[in-house]
Design a protein around this ligand. Structure first.
Ligand code: AQP
Length: 341
């Protein structure tokens, strides 16, 4: 199989301001590998509905996220980028897969437990999220699903759902595999290095670096980052060094240096202040061209919308074929002429 025959699917929710973890754990790798594979990337707005955003926020965040992805370097000639709700096969596919997914599989999901904890009421959509995600992936017969560590469990569930469907109705889906970046798979919050950096917490002071933050904001957040009371700048798995480890990890992914080279860079540092400054500098330089390109793209929203429509057309041409195949296997009759519907 040549690499172009390897199909990749991944998504991101327009659930807030995209942050450094999204970039290092996902977007950066998508862009770097896009020329090698057959890529489908999706702004998963139906997923974002699970936490009931305001309609205005959702619209704004969907366009902004698409623009950020193009600004990061996704090239419409190499990758199909589209908005999930533009291809209704995703919602339909989810219903069909719901009917083969035992509810206990969903109740076990760590992200569901985390996101529902302490809430008096959660939507059915939050529980069902992984089935919609399975549909996203399986409709495209994706071979690979590049995700950060936090989404690995959901990709594994997609595999289980695909296997169960294949067992019940005969060979229908390819079994996808999660691809976790060797480094950058788990960027932690700067205010608490035991919690992963998240869009939803981006409003908490000092938690996240937003991709569109100003250089001043980026520097301020890094200077406030939680570290420890020693002054040893080394990679370490010990829980007390989680903050320093996170900063070194971010520096390592962006500079593409080895751990030894990174530690050497800080051998003569005077303390964590020097480390924080250096990490802030490399992040600012990495994000600067992305922000410039983003501002350029947002000047012409109609062109952005046009690019997303082209992406939706390309995605539809694959997704609806698979959806029909699922329906037939499950015993639903297909309309004789879709034009009459
Ligand atoms: N902190 C992180 N480190 C590495 N990778 C991360 N990703 C998210 N946070 C980190 C990866 O980004 C991709 C898109 O994520 P998503 O928006 O679909 O869902 P998420 O994982 O739930 O991301 P957030 O930022 O934490 O969003 P909210 O707060 O809305 O839940 C995925 O590949 C993810 O692994």
């Amino acid at each position: 199989m040549t690499n172009k025959q390897i199909r990749v699917f991944s998504g991101v929710q327009p659930s807030g301001d995209p942050q450094l973890g999204n970039y290092l754990g996902a977007f950066r790798g998508w862009v770097k590998k896009q020329s090698e594979k057959d890529n489908f990337f999706c702004v998963v707005d139906l997923h974002a509905l699970t936490v009931t955003p305001s309609p205005e926020d959702l619209k704004k965040q969907t366009r902004e996220l698409a623009a950020v992805l193009f600004a990061c370097g996704l090239d419409p000639d190499q990758s199909t980028l589209f908005v999930q709700s533009h291809v209704s096969a995703h919602a339909e596919g989810c219903w069909l897969l719901n009917c083969v997914t035992p509810i206990g599989w969903l109740e076990r999901m760590t992200q569901f437990k985390d996101k529902s904890e302490g809430k008096e009421r959660v939507s059915t959509g939050l529980l069902d999220y992984p089935v919609l995600m399975a549909g996203d992936i399986l409709l495209y017969d994706a071979d690979e699903v590049p995700v950060g560590e936090d989404q690995k469990q959901h990709v594994e569930l997609s595999r289980d759902i695909a296997e169960r469907f294949n067992r019940l109705y005969g060979e229908t889906f390819k079994i996808p595999r999660p691809v976790i970046p060797e480094i950058g798979g788990r960027v932690m919050g700067l205010n608490d290095p035991n919690v992963k950096m998240s869009k939803s917490f981006a409003d908490i002071r000092g938690h996240a670096i937003r991709i569109l933050d100003t250089p001043e904001e980026i520097e301020r957040s890094f200077m406030r980052a939680v570290t420890d009371s020693s002054n040893e700048i080394v990679f370490s798995n010990s829980p007390e060094k989680a903050g320093v480890n996170n900063l070194l990890g971010i520096y390592k992914v962006i500079t593409e240096k080895s751990e030894e080279e990174v530690e050497k860079d800080f051998a003569s540092a005077r303390g964590y202040g020097d480390l924080k400054k250096a990490v802030a500098e490399v992040v600012i330089e990495e994000l600067r061209p992305i922000k410039e390109k983003y501002l350029e793209l947002m000047k012409d929203v109609s062109e952005l919308d046009r690019l997303l429509s082209v992406g939706a057309q390309q995605a539809s041409s694959i997704a609806f074929l698979k959806l029909d195949q699922m329906k037939e296997k499950m015993g639903l009759i297909l309309p004789v002429s879709k034009e009459l519907i």
